[in-house]
Design a protein around this ligand. Structure first.
Ligand code: NAD
Length: 361
């Protein structure tokens, strides 16, 4: 009889950008673990990850977190990383709110039920979008030559030149996406309290890297590089067309390193809710992103102003990771240039497949 696996990890959304990158890394680094990736392949391009998962020995299950039966049919696991989502900040704006609510909130609830049944640890991938739009729009910032920059004096607690910390006010609307994630965070707290489910919550800023099927409303840095290398149109939306809006970015491999630590020490990370991002040191404005993309790709795509801000947009978001840094010596190791260089290398090596999957002209 073969020895029981030391660890069976279920990754929901396991064919997506973060989920597949994590599944591949865990399968490679922990040969005695069983890594299971469940995904309904809703996201265009996720199917490109299936041969990669197969080759790495990751067991793929075509399933849907909205369907309890799909999760209940799985063998017991010791850990669940909930990476499935409809992650667009524009989700539901057209009135079709059903999918985001069911996938992001009901799906998270189903994952919690599974964790409770199997006494499994849960790592929940949340988002900086839990912070309300109106509050972020009140931040005091100055305009430098290439970006918006937070000022030392801020009108709200939890905001500083380092970025937004977890004690930033939570009152107000935050996009349907952000609301489903925050509601899921609240459910996580209930399941910890009522049923002893061990859980950690990572509130991620923008994550970027190879194999991200970037689009204008999700995965903006990859989207920018995709347009430079494969063609497409880019514009600076809102904020006077200046392109000075800023986000921090985290290389997906850095996130993988953190989640791996969380999986290796479930007790230590239980109850932690922390911002996870590149922070001020790894942040870019769109204008700066264009400059880097031009340098790395060797191509100059014209980028002009276009219209007013989209609903839910904010001029600036940077993760203040002080809480996280107080808990661990994990730090983002890859800078913004490295993120974009890695993305460019991936696009160049997979241009035809990516073009076919994303329909980029
Ligand atoms: N990428 C980012 O910048 C970012 C930032 C903050 C938080 N997050 C969070 O990280 C997680 C992973 O995001 P990502 O960037 O990999 O997104 P992604 O879209 O690449 O991956 C999500 C995967 O979930 C799958 N999925 C969607 N609905 C599903 C369902 N009902 N059942 C099963 N699978 C389903 C999709 O097919 C896709 O493969 C998400 O929870 C997202 O909210 C991402």
């Amino acid at each position: 009889m073969s020895p029981a696996p030391a660890h069976r990890v279920l990754i929901t959304g396991g064919a997506g950008f973060v989920g597949a990158t994590l599944a591949l890394a865990l399968a490679e680094r922990h040969r005695d673990w069983d890594v299971v990736a469940l995904d309904n392949l809703k996201r265009r391009g996720s199917e490109l990850n299936l041969p990669r998962l197969r080759a790495a020995g990751v067991h793929f299950v075509h399933g849907d977190v909205r369907e309890p039966a799909d999760l209940q049919a799985l063998d017991p696991c010791q850990a669940i990383v909930e990476c499935s989502a409809e992650p667009s900040a524009l989700a539901g704006r057209d009135g079709a709110t059903d999918y985001a609510l069911r996938a992001n909130l009901v799906g998270a609830w189903h994952c919690l039920e599974l964790a409770r049944r199997h006494d499994a640890q849960l790592v929940f991938l949340s988002t900086s979008r839990v912070y309300p739009v109106a509050a972020l729009n009140r931040l005091a910032f100055e305009e430098t030559a290439t970006r918006f920059e937070l000022l030392p004096e801020q009108p709200l607690a939890g905001a500083s030149p380092r970025g937004i910390a977890e004690h930033f006010p939570l009152d107000g609307a935050r996009t349907l996406y952000g609301t489903t994630k925050l509601a899921a965070e609240l459910l996580v707290a209930e399941y910890r309290d009522a049923f002893g489910v061990r859980a950690a919550i990572d509130r991620c800023g923008v994550i970027a890297g190879p194999w991200q099927m970037g689009k204008v409303d999700q995965g903006v840095f990859t989207h920018w590089m995709l347009a430079h290398l494969l063609g497409g149109e880019l514009s600076y939306i809102g904020y006077g067309g200046s392109g000075k809006q800023v986000r921090d970015l985290l290389h997906v491999e850095d996130l993988v390193d953190l989640v791996e630590r969380q999986l290796c020490e479930p007790e230590r990370w239980d109850g932690v809710t922390a911002n996870v991002g590149g922070g001020r040191d790894c942040s870019l404005s769109l204008l700066e992103t264009t400059a880097l993309c031009r340098e790395i790709s060797g191509r100059e795509l014209p980028v002009g102003p276009a219209g007013a801000e989209r609903p839910g947009d904010v001029p600036l978001y940077v993760s203040d990771c002080s809480r996280l840094f107080g808990l661990t010596d994990w730090r983002p190791r890859r800078g913004a240039r490295e993120v974009l260089e890695d993305v460019a290398a991936w696009i160049r090596a997979n241009a035809e497949a990516v073009r076919a999957a994303l329909g980029t002209s």
